[in-house]
Ligand binder design. Structure first.
Ligand code: 2AM
Length: 223
């Protein structure tokens, strides 16, 4: 009998160490608390609630069941294209269980997702699959995404609105980056953490004054 093939995971990614996870959760929750008190945010509240006068508690609005991580390759236990090839890459095998530091440079909030943009280093880019940025991107958005630097989609999902899948965070981030590139930024508000800008339809982008770094382990994840 043939030896059984090693099973492929749900996904690979960088996982925040538990104490780092707590620190990032606290910092980002503080940001949400401040955000939903801002006049600029309240003006656009209907984009979250569907009603003009209703308040929203963003901390309750976004839920996150998974440990905090930055996905590199979604394998879906081998069902996605290139899953096996990725798992077999020398760089992937060598990186497993190794620690690495991620740099968060921005936060995004939309009616669907709450996420942290990650700036990948050249070394980290070796673990970022070719073409990962445009996977599942709507045809209308594709040209703008192709014009962005590779790795632009890298992020940590901090939370999703009820009924929204985590994969949406990367898509929301790409949409925001594309709008920014077109110069479509509206209102800007200075906050302690950095500059907040509004990009229509309930999309908010906070450029951090100082990047937030977090220690991680590269690992696979299966449920
Ligand atoms: P995320 O990377 O935006 O958080 C398990 O669902 C993990 O795999 C989540 O972290 C999720 O999104 C990511 N994921 C799910 N489907 C995906 C897809 N089609 N492409 C890329 N990442 C995906």
């Amino acid at each position: 009998t043939k030896p059984k093939e090693p099973e492929l995971p749900l996904f690979f990614g960088w996982f925040l160490l538990p104490e780092e996870e707590e620190r990032i959760k606290c910092a980002t929750m503080d940001f949400l608390k401040t955000l939903d008190t801002l006049e600029a945010f309240k003006e656009h509240i209907s984009e979250f609630t569907g009603e003009a006068e209703k308040a929203v508690d963003l901390e309750q609005y976004f839920q996150n069941p998974l440990p905090l991580h930055c996905t590199t390759k979604f394998c879906d236990y081998g069902k996605t294209e290139g899953a096996k090839a990725y798992a077999e890459l020398q760089v992937v095998k060598e990186s497993l269980a190794k620690s690495d530091e991620l740099s968060v440079t921005a936060l995004i909030v939309t009616p669907r997702t709450f996420g942290a943009r990650v700036a990948l280093t050249e070394t980290q880019m070796k673990l970022w699959p070719e073409g990962a940025d445009k996977e599942g991107v709507a045809p209308t958005l594709l040209p703008s995404v192709e014009a962005l630097p590779a790795g632009s989609r890298a992020h940590v999902t901090l939370g999703c609105a009820a009924g929204v899948e985590a994969v949406q965070t990367g898509l929301d981030l790409l949409e925001i980056l594309a709008l920014q590139k077109e110069g479509k930024e509206g209102t800007q508000v200075e906050m302690d953490l950095g500059t907040l800008s509004y990009l229509s339809e309930g999309r908010w982008f906070l450029t951090l004054r100082e990047p937030i770094t977090a220690d991680t382990n590269f690992s696979s994840f299966s449920e």
